[in-house]
Ligand binder design. Structure first.
Ligand SMILES: O=C(O)c1ccccc1NCC(=O)[C@H](O)[C@H](O)COP(=O)(O)O
Length: 207
C-alpha cells in the first residue's frame, strides 16, 4: 500500500456506479459474492463490470464462510485480482489464496480483532486487514477509540458505517491506511448512488 489513502467502494453491481467510482479516484472496487446480501452478484456479472476497470484499480471479490474451492472458482470466473474473506476463515485460507495468485484482504470485526492474542495479532500484521463492525455491510459504526493507542502494526483499512459526512474526521483521527464503504454511498439498501460515491471519495481525499 502506498502512502496515499486507499479507498475501496464495495458492493457495486452496475456499470454506472463502477465507472463513477473509478473516475472519482477509488483505488479498489468490490463485488459481493457472499450469498444473502442485497448486493450479491454472480461472477459473470462481475466479470462484465471488471472489463470496465483500469488495471491500476484493484478488483475485490467479497466472500463470507464459503468453502475455499468455491471461493477460488468464483474468484477465477469473475476475474477479480483480490479476495476479501469476511467470515471466520482461518489464516491458512488467506495463505492458500495467495498461493493461487490472488491478493488478499482479511476482514475482522473490531471485537474479534481485539480478542486476538498477541501472536495472532502479529500473524495478521503481515497481511492487509480490514476492521469492520460486527455485521458487515450494515452501515453501522463501531467505537474505534481503542485504536488510538494501539493501532494494528500492519496496513489496515477502516470500514463500518462510513459515509461522506464522517469519513474525513475518522481518517484524521484514526489514520488508517485505507477506508471501505458500502451502505454510506447508497440511496437505499443495496442501491449505490453516483453522487454519494463522488462525495465520499472527495471527502476522504480532503484529509
Ligand atoms: O456488503 C455486504 O452486504 C456484505 C455481505 C457479506 C459479507 C460482507 C459484506 N460487505 C463487506 C464490505 O466490504 C463492506 O463494505 C463493509 O462491511 C462496510 O459496510 P458498510 O458499513 O455498509 O459501509
Amino acid at each position: 500500500m502506498s502512502n496515499e489513502l486507499y479507498i475501496k467502494i464495495c458492493g457495486l453491481s452496475t456499470p454506472e456506479t463502477v465507472e463513477a467510482a473509478v473516475l472519482a479516484g477509488a483505488n479498489a472496487v468490490g463485488f459481493v459474492f457472499a450469498p444473502g446480501s442485497p448486493r450479491t452478484v454472480a461472477p459473470e456479472l462481475a466479470k462484465n463490470l471488471i472489463a470496465r476497470v483500469p488495471r491500476d484499480v484493484e478488483t475485490v471479490g467479497v466472500f463470507r464462510n464459503q468453502p475455499l474451492d468455491t471461493v477460488i472458482d468464483m474468484a477465477r470466473r469473475s476475474g477479480v485480482g483480490t479476495v476479501q474473506l469476511h467470515g471466520s476463515e482461518p489464516h491458512s485460507d488467506t495463505q492458500a489464496l495467495q498461493r493461487e495468485g490472488f491478493a488478499t484482504l482479511r476482514a475482522l470485526s473490531f471485537d474479534d480483532y481485539r480478542a486476538l492474542g498477541k501472536s495472532d495479532q502479529e500473524l495478521w500484521a503481515a497481511e492487509r486487514i480490514l476492521l469492520d463492525a460486527v455485521e458487515p455491510g450494515a452501515g453501522v459504526t463501531f467505537d474505534a477509540t481503542a485504536l488510538l493507542n494501539s493501532p494494528p502494526k500492519g496496513p489496515w483499512i477502516l470500514a463500518g458505517g462510513l459515509n461522506p459526512q464522517n469519513v474525513a474526521g475518522l481518517v484524521r483521527t484514526l489514520r488508517p491506511s485505507g477506508v471501505d464503504v458500502s451502505s454510506g454511498v447508497e440511496s437505499s439498501r443495496g442501491t449505490k448512488d453516483v453522487g454519494l460515491i463522488k462525495a465520499f471519495i472527495a471527502a476522504a481525499r480532503s484529509v
